[in-house]
Design a protein around this ligand. Structure first.
Ligand code: CA
Length: 229
């Protein structure tokens, strides 16, 4: 069940909002002043927050600003004054939406649902974006820069990691040592391309079951290397 925080000092409005949201299946917490609203917003987990602008204690702008420094929870700001809405836009406090009072409670529910759906899409796409290359028993977590072989983590140096990742990202493509050196060491090929050979050897020792019969990085004699899939 999604949790909604309402910070609103007009009890009648807060109650109507709560009734409508509860009818739509939300769990609602109401705080009627800015100070307790801010504390609750920071301490507890909510899926969305509805903040009134004019509040006793801390105002809605300040709550929004402080929450935004710590959380990405969607925030809808509401105010009776049209000028406040302009100010919310102008201040860039990080609100996701704003509504002018009076508004219909069903309009509020519709917006709450829309923001929750949008936020969920955002969060799930961020999860998918966790860059992982998985080929047979080899798992390269690009985000965390970690390598696992059959579930066991192997320690990689920066260049070993870069070289393995580059090859794995271009499967079946044959690269010369010269090309790999330029790509990973980011220098002109005047450098020592034997470095590539040494690094390939070290990588194989970590990822291959039998380094004399590599499953992943294949040597193409007289040319270079290829990542097999
Ligand atoms: Ca108010």
């Amino acid at each position: 069940m999604s949790r909604v925080l309402i910070v609103e000092d007009e009890d009648a409005i807060a109650e109507i909002e709560k009734d409508y949201l509860e009818l739509s299946g939300f769990e609602v917490v109401i705080k009627s002043d800015g100070t307790s609203g801010l504390a609750t917003a920071l301490e507890e987990e909510f899926d969305i927050m509805i903040l009134d602008v004019m509040l006793p204690g801390v105002d809605g702008y300040e709550i929004c600003k402080q929450v935004r420094e710590k959380k990405n929870t969607p925030i809808i700001m509401v105010s009776a004054k049209k000028e406040d809405i302009d100010k919310i836009r102008g201040l860039g406090v990080g609100a996701d939406d704003y509504m002018t009072k009076p508004f219909s409670p069903s309009e509020l529910v519709a917006r709450v649902k829309a923001h929750l759906a949008r936020y969920e899409r955002l969060v799930s796409s961020a999860k998918e974006a966790n860059d992982i290359i998985e080929i047979r028993g080899l798992k390269i977590d690009k985000t965390a820069r970690r390598v696992f072989v059959n579930g066991e983590e192997k320690v990689f140096t920066t260049k070993e990691f870069d070289l393995l990742t580059f090859l794995a990202e271009h499967p079946n493509h044959v690269f010369t040592k010269d090309e790999l050196f330029k790509e990973i060491w980011d220098m002109d090929s005047i450098g020592d391309i034997a470095t590539v050979t040494v690094h390939i050897k070290k990588i194989r020792e970590k990822i291959e079951y039998d380094t004399s019969k590599p499953q992943y990085i294949e040597t193409i004699w007289g040319v270079g290397y290829r990542f097999k899939v």
